[in-house]
Design a protein. Structure first.
Length: 257
């Protein structure tokens, strides 16, 4: 897989144009540590499997279910897949995606601390490469992918329109963008959701992090050729009490205008 010219640290590519936001990362990592969301190398290597006694065990059960659905869906394509995961964090999902036959995965993030852990933990998996930086900075040049994944990461981009439109430029003609583990709100729910986020980060001692967390509605996807592969709010899913509370959205090129 061709990548732009980069410095290579372990299994981690660092493009020369990447400009770290050290202050944000320091606060972000401190908050995640306080939330008990920083994991040991051994724990990361086992994710999404998680000890039932862990504080976030139920959360990982949800992520295990959603990731298994995505991996199964993509594996059923039965063809080579170049996959980009945006906001890969410690790399656990990129590792799961690399298990798909004939797949190659790039995990991209602006969090250098967790990326270093991802590169360290999954260094023996030659189907994964990790990259440090922001896709909006042009670090991928004209590279295109069959699949682009946002898993619990779209909420860190202020405008779905801008980031998804950019991703479409990095998508092959028959490619797909998948958004999982992300809450979408009704328009009337947005103010209350924003206030809850501010209260939460304030309670953690980092109210400024609320400025980096954004709330999106399904209406924001209207301009894109998208389909809902899983809707947690259907009568059947509510009746069956399915555990995944997030929509699963697929976006493709050639949207009708």
């Amino acid at each position: 897989m061709h990548l732009p010219d980069s410095a290579i640290l372990n299994n981690l590519f660092v493009p020369g144009i990447t400009r770290p936001d050290n202050l944000f990362e320091k606060k972000y990592i401190a908050c995640r540590s306080k939330e008990n969301r920083m994991y040991s190398d051994e724990e990361v290597s086992q994710l999404p499997a998680c000890a039932p006694t862990h504080l976030h065990a139920k959360e990982w059960e949800i992520r295990k279910a959603s990731s298994q659905k995505l991996v199964t869906y993509l594996a059923n394509k039965k063809r080579p897949l170049q996959i980009l995961e945006i906001g890969c964090g410690n790399g656990w999902l990129s590792h799961q995606l690399s298990a798909i036959s004939r797949s190659r995965v790039i995990g991209l993030d602006i969090n250098f601390t967790e990326l270093q852990q991802a590169a360290r933990v999954f260094n023996d998996c030659h189907k994964i490469k990790f990259m440090y930086g922001d896709i909006r900075a042009g670090i991928l040049d004209d590279k295109q992918f069959d699949v682009i994944v946002f898993a619990a990461s779209l909420q860190y981009f202020p405008s779905p329109d801008i980031i998804l439109d950019l991703c479409l430029h990095h998508l092959r003609p028959d490619g797909e963008i998948h958004v999982i583990d992300t809450l979408f709100y009704k328009q009337k729910e947005l103010p209350a959701a924003k206030e809850r986020t501010l209260q939460y980060y304030s309670s953690m001692g980092y109210p400024e992090l609320a400025e980096h967390y954004f709330h999106h509605s399904l209406d924001s996807l209207a301009q894109f050729n998208h389909s809902v592969l899983y809707n947690p709010h259907t009568f059947l899913n509510r009746y069956l009490r399915n555990s995944v509370p997030f929509h699963w959205i697929k976006i493709q090129k050639d949207q009708p205008r």
